[in-house]
Ligand binder design. Structure first.
Ligand SMILES: [Zn+2]
Length: 154
């Protein structure tokens, strides 16, 4: 189930607050600049705003608001790990967290469901299994409350 050291494999280890325990307890991780307050996702060598190397680690909020979005209708090139053959279009968006960062993320909802300003919540999930059969975790955001459309489909 897990890697040899008892931790989850991830798409990028520095994006996650931990690699152990229940998936619902895992949050996005980043840094905040001590000089200007700029937040960044994951580990960065210097602030992306003022280039200061004086950064502190931060665990980012699970909930945010959808800043903007679009729909990916063509298979991304390269090492794409989502549904394939046939490719399934999916929404992506920028989710703004209370820390002030906008995180680019797949949105786990219907193509016509996203709207600017909607409340979103983090979902850490298994994107695929690696060559050892271990789950590889990624993240996405989903609407914090189910849409009317989703409820009608139940
Ligand atoms: Zn800075």
């Amino acid at each position: 189930m897990l890697t040899a050291n008892g931790q989850y494999a991830t798409i990028r280890d520095d994006f996650f607050s931990t690699r152990e325990g229940p998936l619902a307890d895992i949050r996005l991780a980043g840094t905040i600049c001590n000089a200007c307050g700029e937040p960044s996702l994951g580990t960065v060598p210097a602030c992306q705003n003022c280039q200061s190397p004086d950064l502190r680690p931060a665990t980012l909020s699970r909930e945010g608001k959808l800043f903007s979005y679009t729909v990916v209708r063509n298979r991304p090139p390269g090492d794409y790990k989502g549904p394939d053959n046939p490719f399934v279009p999916f929404p992506v968006g920028l989710v703004e967290l209370p820390e002030g960062i906008r995180v680019l993320s797949v949105l786990d909802c219907a193509l016509d469901e996203p709207h600017v300003g909607m409340a979103m919540v983090l979902d850490v999930y298994e994107l695929y299994r690696n060559e050892e059969g271990a789950p590889v975790l990624s993240y996405r955001f989903r609407p914090a409350t189910p849409s009317t459309n989703s409820e009608e489909k139940r």
